[in-house]
Design a protein around this ligand. Structure first.
Ligand SMILES: Nc1nc2c(ncn2[C@@H]2O[C@H](COP(=O)(O)OP(=O)(O)O)[C@@H](O)[C@H]2O)c(=O)[nH]1
Ligand SMILES: [Mg+2]
Length: 463
């Protein structure tokens, strides 16, 4: 496809220049962010040597020279634990990297040879990538910035169906008796907040995604602090706003609203300000298969959570001028992760299912004319595809080792092309075992379509 003239001119001017790019790796908890980052570093480090990156032109043409981690911008933030992640994958037996419990940064310097080294151009050029890792639980706090306490309470009351509500039954009973105008009682607030947090934790274990506030699930250094002692008040209505806002400072409503604001100002805003602004490119990772495994209510819940989440990012075309001030995401990838959990002929369905899961945000992005690529990938491939012949008929299967160490040959099931109707779960559902990572025989991690993802994310910067 021919590029527009201004694009060509831009590329010509920029060719071979040292550049910098901030990548947003976005995903809820267990979507596969840490695995993706680990694989990204690993593939780029071994580019040109052992990494299989045929779908990335710079690598295919032998121009990608490799990558190194360099000193990051913010020295106060821990470094992304790449070595620990690799050590886990190299353990006997291999393990998945530990779940992320805090923020970490990563700055990679990628070296490449420009496609046509012309007059006055350097022999090699550099692309600096800034990335960071964080617990997915905290990400869902970003949409909370759009609310005040009253609207948040109403939004929370609308979230979820029966199964999710059931996780909060104890809290529901206790909170129903409360009077917003009554005096607040510290001990009671702490207890109710703990019950609310307990509901969130149970919903998480049960596979729900749309869970706020995120720090209730993973408090970090805020464990036990009063800023985490609030909860939404059910049964409130917008028409009561004036009345509620006139309540005295010691009332239950005013106390909860104050803590909510504090949480926004001192927890969510700094997280957003320091890490979630000024991205150039984004990849949204979604564990579509996990949600398919978990049933209809969780599937819907994930779709809703992602819709809210994507509203927190700045998308827009950037011109040479505007990027000097505030870079915006001008291109993104959405990826169904862990594609090695299904047989390869199911991958196209996995991609269309992902697209229907994200239908609404995709519509908005299309309207804003932001190019989006949807794909399925496995950052760290743990299975091998096999053909099995039974009574003269051959069918697809996967070979892998379960987390318990059992070698299995399975057919995990058909992936539906669109959001499945309710009877999908009654009829067959979808079930796959979790696999453990394979023992490595090469320095580069085996993957599915990491190269395609890299190409779409920043292949255009490696020319
Ligand atoms: N089979 C397979 N499993 C994966 C892959 N990526 C992630 N996983 C699984 O998903 C879990 C969560 O991944 P992780 O990267 O920690 O998710 P995060 O919470 O988004 O950082 C891992 O512990 C693995 O069990 C993959 O490429 N293939
Ligand atoms: Mg992680």
């Amino acid at each position: 496809m021919r590029q527009p003239l201004h694009r060509e001119l831009y590329n010509l001017l920029e060719r071979g220049r040292d550049r910098q790019l901030r990548l947003a790796v976005t995903g809820l908890s267990r979507a596969g962010k840490t695995a993706f980052l680990t694989s990204l570093v690993n593939q780029l480090r071994h580019a040109g040597l052992e990494a299989r990156l045929d779908l990335l032109p710079a690598a295919r043409e032998g121009r990608l020279l490799g990558a190194q981690r360099i000193e990051q911008q913010d020295l106060g933030i821990p470094r992304f634990p790449y070595d620990q992640a690799m050590a886990a994958l190299d353990a006997i037996p291999p393990r998945w990297p530990d779940p992320t419990r805090g923020i970490s940064e990563l700055r990679l310097e990628v070296r490449y040879r420009p496609a046509r080294s012309g007059w006055r151009q350097p022999e090699t050029a550099r692309l600096t990538l800034d990335l960071f890792d964080y617990p997915g639980e905290w990400l869902l706090d970003l949409p909370l910035l759009q609310h005040d306490f009253l609207s948040w309470s109403q939004a929370q009351a609308r979230v979820g169906g029966e199964q999710r509500q059931a996780m909060f039954s104890q809290w529901h009973q206790a909170v129903a008796a409360l009077d917003p105008a009554g005096d607040s009682d510290e001990a009671q607030l702490a207890e109710l907040a703990e019950q609310y947090a307990d509901g969130l934790r149970r919903a998480k274990v049960a596979g729900f995604s749309n869970l706020q506030p995120g720090r209730f699930l993973l408090p970090g250094e805020l464990e036990g602090a009063p800023v985490l002692q609030f909860f939404p008040l059910p049964g409130l209505d917008e028409s009561q706003r004036n009345e509620l806002e006139a309540l005295p400072a010691h009332s239950l409503y005013a106390t909860l609203a104050k803590r909510f604001r504090y949480y926004q100002q001192h927890v969510v805003k700094p997280f957003y300000r320091d890490h979630f602004r000024h991205f150039d490119r984004q990849i949204v990772l979604v564990d579509v298969l996990g949600a398919l495994n978990a049933g209809p209510e969780r599937f819907e819940d994930l779709s809703h959570a992602l819709r809210l989440l994507m509203q927190s990012f700045d998308y827009g075309k950037r011109s040479l001028l505007s990027r000097l001030f505030a870079p915006r995401i001008d291109r993104l990838t959405i990826a169904a992760t862990k594609a090695d959990h299904v047989t390869p002929e199911q991958h196209p369905n996995l991609v269309s299912l992902l697209e229907s899961l994200l239908a609404e945000p995709l519509q908005d992005l299309r309207f804003a004319d932001i190019p989006v690529k949807a794909l399925s990938l496995a950052a760290i491939r743990a299975t091998q595809a096999r053909e099995v012949t039974q009574q003269g008929r051959s069918s697809a299967a996967l070979r892998g080792t379960t987390l318990e160490g059992e070698e299995v040959l399975v057919y995990p099931g058909d992936v539906p092309q669109r959001l499945p109707p309710a009877n999908f779960w009654q009829r067959q559902g979808f079930d796959f075992p979790l696999f453990r990572p394979v023992e490595r025989h090469t320095a580069a991690l085996d993957h599915i379509r990491m190269d395609a993802a890299i190409d779409w994310l920043f292949g255009d910067k490696l020319i």
